[in-house]
Ligand binder design. Structure first.
Ligand SMILES: [Zn+2]
Length: 161
């Protein structure tokens, strides 16, 4: 894979500097995991990442995955979303604000693509607080679940008649 994007090269460099600064080893596994993560658009779980590593013929243990993810979080190259239903991660090399819709019912996570919301987040500068990331979570019911609920309600009403 010689055709790496500039983002891939940039995050590799940042991870290398982080590992050097913390006197940690620059292993092939760590960089292969970083590369896999930065090939994923959006959120992912450990299981998803493990499958991807297997597809790439670079299987790694769950322990190695977890410890590498921990390092990437410390290096500010990854975030772990604070969802209580599962461990969901996402790459975060850029400082663009992110906003998500999360369904309380099926736990589906979707990125909100609202320029209006993004620009309000970008221009928000709290006094005396240094921002590292701007992330907003909005919880509710997704269109698919809403449809199912309406269907159920209709069936219940029909059964009553
Ligand atoms: Zn849903």
């Amino acid at each position: 894979m010689s055709d790496k994007s500039s983002l891939q090269k940039d995050v590799e460099q940042r991870f290398r500097e982080f590992l050097l600064a913390h006197e940690l080893r620059q292993t092939r596994e760590r960089f292969a995991i970083l590369e896999a993560i930065y090939s994923i658009e959006g959120t992912f779980t450990i299981e998803h990442l493990q499958e991807l590593m297997q597809e790439r013929r670079f299987p790694v243990s769950t322990g190695t995955l977890y410890s590498t993810l921990q390092l990437l979080i410390q290096a500010n190259l990854l975030i772990r979303h604070p969802f209580n239903f599962s461990s969901v991660f996402e790459r975060i090399a850029d400082s663009h604000p992110r906003s998500y819709q999360i369904c309380n019912n099926c736990h589906r996570i979707t990125r909100i693509k609202s320029k209006e919301l993004a620009s309000s987040l970008e221009t928000y500068h709290p006094r005396g607080f240094s921002i590292s990331h701007r992330i907003v979570y909005i919880y509710g019911t997704c269109p698919g679940c809403l449809r199912k609920m309406r269907k159920m309600l209709k069936l219940k009403e029909q059964n009553k008649l």
